[in-house]
Design a protein around this ligand. Structure first.
Ligand SMILES: [Mn+2]
Length: 282
């Protein structure tokens, strides 16, 4: 059995001004944490105990819906504080646009290009501006790459599926990025380790709940059918401990589209499994 020795800070980031379709992700953190606090400390799947004394909560970050620059800088400041305090930041969104400011904090702390990103999502989030606005939740990873925060060859995307506009096809794939469709993921038996050859750098993991099939996670703004089950998802999360993970976000949970709170419950379980697998010492 292993124990979670690493100090963790779970930061709530209830920001949803990066969405342009269905709102509601700002209620995600509260709903996920309510479920998380109901879970027991021992994970059967990981044979590991999470220690509540080593988990700190920050639910006080004010994110203005009117002043985007202020909200983005508040996100960065809160993440940097956790990093400087020696705690692993775990961020609860909010929509996926928050990841840009989070990664900015990581780039400041670790240095640009010194870590990679593993993204679980049904969308690549590498699309162009909308109405002249670049910082929406469908452009996050394009922004991260264009700013040089993370090298494009160190960005790995899993679970991509569904449809895009015909004039946006060119934004889907790039020769440098690793973009793994759901079909390819199934073909490779959900083994993330097969795709990530560079083990010399640490990784930031960004998890969009719409990676999961909407039958298992309906509570999200832009669901796409044909994704992983909750079993497959939790299995993937448990098996991420072959690399060093420096931070984790869980975004796009929108509780008002949920049924029987299953999306928030799954999100809470994802949180538990990443903590008890990747942030525990054997
Ligand atoms: Mn996303």
């Amino acid at each position: 059995m292993s124990n979670q020795e690493q100090e963790i800070e779970i930061i709530s980031l209830p920001y949803e001004e990066g969405t342009y379709w269905r709102k509601g992700a700002k209620f995600g953190p509260e709903s996920i944490l309510r479920k998380f606090k109901d879970l027991r400390e021992y994970s059967i799947g990981n044979d590991s105990v999470i220690k509540s004394d080593n988990i700190h909560y920050n639910n006080d970050v004010y994110l203005s819906p009117y002043n985007r620059d202020q909200a983005f800088s508040q996100i960065k400041i809160s993440v940097l504080e956790a990093l400087k305090g020696g705690r692993i930041p775990i961020l609860l969104g909010g929509d996926h646009s928050i990841t840009y400011s989070i990664v900015k904090a990581f780039a400041e702390f670790y240095g640009k290009g010194n870590f990679g990103i593993i993204q679980f999502d049904s969308h690549t989030d590498t699309f162009d501006e909308v109405d002249g606005f670049n910082y929406h939740h469908g452009a996050t990873f394009r922004n991260i790459i264009e700013d040089g925060l993370v090298k494009e060859e160190n960005v790995f995307q899993f679970g991509i599926r569904g449809q895009v506009r015909e004039d946006s096809i060119s934004f889907l794939y790039s020769e440098k990025r690793t973009t793994v469709t759901i079909e390819k993921l199934v073909e490779n038996r959900f083994e993330i380790s097969k795709f990530i050859k560079n083990r010399n750098i640490p990784y930031y993991v960004s998890f969009d709940i719409d990676f999961v099939d909407p039958a298992f996670a309906p509570g999200t703004g832009t669901p796409v059918p044909g994704g992983c089950s909750s079993f497959e998802t939790l299995n993937i999360i448990r098996n991420l401990n072959f690399i060093k993970i420096i931070g984790f976000d869980l975004v796009e949970v929108a509780p008002q589209y949920d049924s029987s709170e299953i999306t928030s419950l799954l999100a809470a379980n994802i949180l538990h499994e990443i903590i008890s697998s990747s942030f525990s010492a054997k």
